[in-house]
Write a protein that binds this ligand. Structure first.
Ligand code: ZN
Length: 161
């Protein structure tokens, strides 16, 4: 059985070696811009393999946008257009839960708790090495952490006359 995938050809990647899946949802109206039944690829789908190859062929240095950045103006335009597109599209239940959890500061699930714990194993705590040095009050002889001792002893010591 011979298979022909025009997009694979256009991209210069190998033709698929297994049958192309056909789209069940066939529309009967031809459309402008090369869309619709007049398009040679109409109703066909790329195989997983050719999708993977197309994806690979656009990665890293091969991508036309590699090493480039959008300007602030372009970023704003993209943000506006995306938010307009998304307006009115219902979010999935899972998406809603995720947003709600993030906003509410929802308690972490046991699994997340475990992952966070694992990711911190063996690493020093954020306040490591920041412990107060122990000092002794010259008036009453009491010893304690520097900041508390400075507050309640030394010049503020009850024993100071
Ligand atoms: Zn003291």
């Amino acid at each position: 059985m011979s298979i022909y995938c025009p997009l694979s050809e256009a991209l210069g990647i190998p033709q698929p070696d297994h049958p192309i899946e056909y789209d069940d949802d066939i529309r009967f109206f031809s459309q402008p811009n090369g869309k619709g039944p007049l398009n040679s690829f109409y109703g066909k789908k790329h195989t997983k393999e050719s999708k993977r190859l197309m994806s690979e062929s656009q990665k890293g240095e091969k991508n036309h946008f590699y090493g480039k950045n959008h300007s602030e103006t372009t970023k704003r335009t993209i943000a506006e257009k995306t938010s307009k597109l998304k307006k009115g599209i219902a979010l999935s239940a899972r998406h809603k839960t995720n947003i709600a959890d993030a906003l509410r500061g929802n308690p972490h699930t046991d699994e997340r708790r475990k992952n966070i714990s694992l990711s911190k194993k063996g690493k020093p705590t954020w306040n490591k090495g920041q412990t107060d040095k122990i000092v002794e009050c010259p008036y009453c002889g009491k010893m304690g952490g520097n900041s508390n001792m400075k507050r309640w002893h030394f010049d503020n010591c009850k024993e100071k006359i």
